[in-house]
Design a protein around this ligand. Structure first.
Ligand code: 0A1
Ligand code: ZN
Length: 849
């Protein structure tokens, strides 16, 4: 039922909980439609509280009975929770409620996925399980008994007993309710173990549905590597005798860090060479690490309230990026992270959904698991580390872990440890947490008598509710090159604190070529007049791998913009420079594959908009296609050479070397397929023994218009595998020409394998449409209509996934009046839907403005 006018909550209204919980005992009597949950909760008044009102959150619960200190009570119950009169002393609250896991399609609280019971409690799902103070600053010790007829029954912590039809668990670590988890079903384990450096023996399991046992080995290795890495790099050991991971098919997000019982979207943990691509393997490794790292950054130290979400997420994303950079290639990881940051976070920061890394109000917290909180949050940690240095960063983290272990903390607590360790005042740095929007950093330069000066000016555009922004502390990593390509000034970090500030370098014989914002040292948009000659020079000579890649990207973008705004031909300077990079065997193949990438359609749309043009999605697609065709012709012999030299003949391993080689060979194949009509791609498809090669080949075939047979063969080969069939849905849509993309997507929504019940399948289909902007924004409006139709159908079943997918419309104001009119009409149609969820109401309302 739709809540009456949902009200925002504000950070400034935070008050401590009225009661604290010392212990909670839960008994689950599992039944698909009528699960009974019995709770016994030991409460005590919070001495720091400002109120004595006793309120427990609870939603969609049928209350059977409630008792205080053993005596039955009749509490006041509303759709949001329960209130009662309680003693002014410690007391026991007991309740019995009934819930319906089978009917729970929102996948929040206790629900069923393929006959398996599982839970998702972050952020506020526990209140759909029983009455409880469902807020992260109430931490307690959980004891859980599960009764049911499923062979495996799991919860957090350590097992304390089991018998026919029951199992008991005890978690000795106090935790907030959002970290509670329960899983019960017909599951099999892929077991292993790990010895911590202090000698604790930890049993490890990945639990899957029977038949998926062979898909766990890589995830398990990733887990053990994560455990060792966190000991080595952060000095953090695991703290229980058991660590369980469970793979679940129906899951709204990637995975969840429940204490000792991580629950994963099966797409983020299951893999074999035949079914997962190199990119999937890398993602699995990173997500396994991310969830494991949460054990310290999130679980042992948690968030005081949901406004502090970036405290655990920004830090944990930063830690998982460090892990991937250590295990694989640091430059490739950095470049990939920045591509993703710009694609998702810059886009968000630049539109109606812009919000601070630490938001100050929300209606539905689930709408704030965003690129800003996660990825920009991680960038802030990276900036802090760069500003204070590696040694102080380590000291500050050690202090954070000792000072705040077992607590629910704030960003103030986090910054305080850095201030205490370094003696620095970080109040200006804190603006990065409170101010939305991406700063524009304008640079000009001057050279006089051996002195080279960089003049910087920073400006952050206004965002909703934040008109004027104060200057931020921006770490700008700069190096200087001489015209012959030597580095005359190694990387130095300039600390910009003013709105306008200049930095000089003396004693230079000639005017240097600057390499600014090396390693992407701050999440800003750099604005600088440059020439193609200078970009080509940096692409050839910069010693900073990020800026080397960036120069190639800038060259490609400038050429594409000239094609679209001036009718220019594809840029010869770009083709020359990229040919040199492609041929340069001293460069990492993975780096070369990234350098051969082109700016995305969305990136170009924004660049056009910023330059005062109205972007035409079809014209952008056409320009990219023209450039790709021209490049395929110009680089044909290089592509042939790369394709043959970078074939991997050794047995498949998703390691950095093989992954890089395949990425480069498949970039070459994409070029060759534009010339040979798909002959080589078909041969690769027929010979492929792993998903990376198979999918790359099929993609090239579709692109060349020769994919029909492979499309059918792929389906026949993989129709039994949900995760692979997701790829089948996606690729057909993203590889269709723009005028047919919506039609293909629509046809696929009628395929017998399409279902609204599985978020992965919904994203594989509708998400794929939004990932091909020219198709989604096609002038017919069919893409908009289809997405709105499907969101309206999904919302009553799964508000969370519906709301997330609405962000496809967030860039609508950059398009022409006709498109804007069509999108506005669709947004209004969604908003007018009776009983629209508050998740979707909030998102569409913010986008519509
Ligand atoms: N904390 C998890 C992500 C997550 C967030 C919300 C969820 O449901 C609303 C589920 C998972 C992580 O960062 O991995
Ligand atoms: Zn996380």
């Amino acid at each position: 039922m739709k809540d009456a006018a949902p009200q925002p909550v504000y950070l400034e209204d935070y008050t401590p909980p009225a009661y604290l919980v010392d212990a909670v005992h839960l008994t689950f009597r599992l039944a698909p439609n009528t699960t009974r949950v019995l709770s016994r909760i030991e409460f005590r008044p919070n001495p720091d509280a400002t109120s004595r009102d006793f309120f427990l959150h609870g939603e969609a619960l049928t209350l059977i009975s409630a008792r205080i200190n053993g005596a039955e009570i009749i509490p006041e119950v509303t759709p949001q929770g329960l209130s009662a009169i309680v003693p002014d002393a410690p007391f026991t609250f007991e309740a019995e409620v009934e819930i319906n896991p089978e009917g729970n399609t929102a996948l929040e609280g206790l629900y069923m996925s393929n006959g398996m019971y599982c839970t998702q409690c972050e952020a506020e799902g526990f209140r759909k399980i029983t009455y409880y103070p469902d807020r992260p600053d109430v931490m307690s010790i959980f004891t859980v008994r599960i009764e049911g007829d499923t062979p495996v029954m799991l919860s957090n912590g350590n097992p304390t007993g089991s018998g026919a039809g029951w199992a008991e668990w005890h978690d000795p670590w106090p935790k907030p309710a959002y970290l509670f988890a329960l899983v019960a079903g017909d599951l099999v384990a892929h077991p292993d173990s790990f010895s911590t450096r202090s000698g604790r023996h930890v049993d490890l399991n990945i639990w899957v549905r029977p038949g998926d046992e062979d898909k766990c080995a890589f995830g398990m290795e990733a887990l053990k590597k994560s455990m060792a890495w966190d000991e080595e790099v952060y000095g953090r050991e695991y703290d229980l005798d058991l660590f369980n991971i469970v793979a679940v098919d129906d899951f709204n997000m990637g995975a969840m860090e429940n204490k000792g019982l991580n629950i994963f979207n099966s797409s983020c943990v299951l893999s074999t060479a035949e079914t997962a691509t190199d990119a999937n393997f890398e993602r699995i490794e990173a997500i396994v690490a991310h969830e494991y790292f949460h054990n310290w950054t999130g679980n042992r130290i948690t968030c005081r309230d949901w406004f502090q979400l970036c405290l655990k997420e920004g830090l944990t994303v930063y830690r998982d990026s460090q892990f991937t950079a250590d295990l694989r290639s640091a430059p490739v990881k950095r470049i990939s992270d920045v591509i993703a940051l710009r694609a998702r976070q810059f886009r968000e920061d630049n539109g109606p959904l812009a919000h601070p890394v630490r938001p100050e109000s929300f209606i539905e917290i689930n709408n704030f698991y965003t690129a800003t909180v996660y990825e920009k949050g991680a960038e802030l940690i990276g900036m802090l580390k760069r500003l204070v240095g590696d040694a102080a960063y380590k000291e500050a983290l050690d202090l954070y872990f000792t000072r705040h272990d077992g607590q629910a903390c704030t960003i103030e607590d986090w910054l305080q440890v850095f201030e205490d360790v370094t003696g620095r005042d970080l109040s200006q740095f804190k603006r990065w947490y409170s101010d939305a929007g991406t700063p524009r950093l304008h640079v000009s330069e001057e050279f006089n008598n051996g002195r080279y000066t960089l003049h910087f000016e920073q400006k952050t555009p206004p965002t909703l509710g934040q008109e004027d922004k104060q200057p931020r502390l921006i770490p700008i990593a700069v190096g200087l090159l001489s015209p012959n390509g030597d580095e005359v000034q190694p990387t130095q970090v300039l600390e910009m604190t003013e709105a306008r500030q200049s930095f000089s370098f003396d004693g230079l014989a000639t005017r240097p070529i600057p390499s600014i914002l090396r390693d992407f040292s701050a999440p800003v948009i750099l604005e600088r007049e440059s020439s193609n000659a200078e970009r080509a020079f940096l692409l050839a000579h910069d010693t900073d791998p990020f800026n080397k890649w960036e120069a190639g990207r800038a060259l490609a973008r400038a050429g594409l913009l000239a094609m679209m705004t001036e009718g220019a031909a594809p840029d010869a300077a770009y083709l020359d420079a990229i040919a040199r990079v492609a041929r340069d065997d001293t460069l990492d193949p993975a780096f070369r594959a990234l350098a051969l990438g082109l700016p995305s359609e969305d990136d170009l749309a924004q660049a056009l908009f910023d330059a005062g043009h109205i972007p035409d999605p079809q014209a952008i697609w056409d320009a990219l296609e023209t450039l790709r065709d021209t490049r395929a012709e110009a680089l044909e012999s290089i592509a042939q050479d790369l394709y043959s030299r970078y074939q991997v003949t050794a047995p498949y391993r998703p390691d950095p070397d093989q992954t890089g080689a395949r990425a480069l060979a498949n970039a070459a194949l994409a070029m060759l397929s534009r010339r040979d009509g798909g002959t080589r791609a078909q041969a690769q498809y027929d010979a492929a023994d792993n998903m990376t090669q198979q999918l790359a080949a099929w993609s090239c075939l579709l692109q060349a218009g020769a994919g029909a047979a492979a499309t059918e063969a792929f389906y026949t080969q993989w129709k039994h595998d949900r995760l692979v069939i997701d790829k089948w849905f996606t690729l057909q849509i993203v590889q269709t020409a723009p005028d047919r993309a919506a039609e293909v997507a629509e046809t696929l929504t009628r395929h017998p394998d399409f279902t609204l019940r599985n978020p992965n399948r919904f994203r594989a289909t509708l998400g794929a449409l939004t990932m091909s902007p020219a198709g989604f924004h096609h002038a017919s409006g069919r893409g908009y209509r289809l997405l709105a139709d499907m969101l309206i159908r999904l919302d009553p079943l799964n508000p969370q996934t519906t709301a997330r997918m609405c962000s496809a419309f967030e860039t609508w104001r950059r398009y022409d009046p006709v498109r804007q009119g069509m999108i506005a009409a669709e947004l209004d149609r969604i908003l007018a839907t009776p009983n629209l969820s508050r998740d979707t109401t909030e998102m569409v309302g913010r986008i519509r403005g």
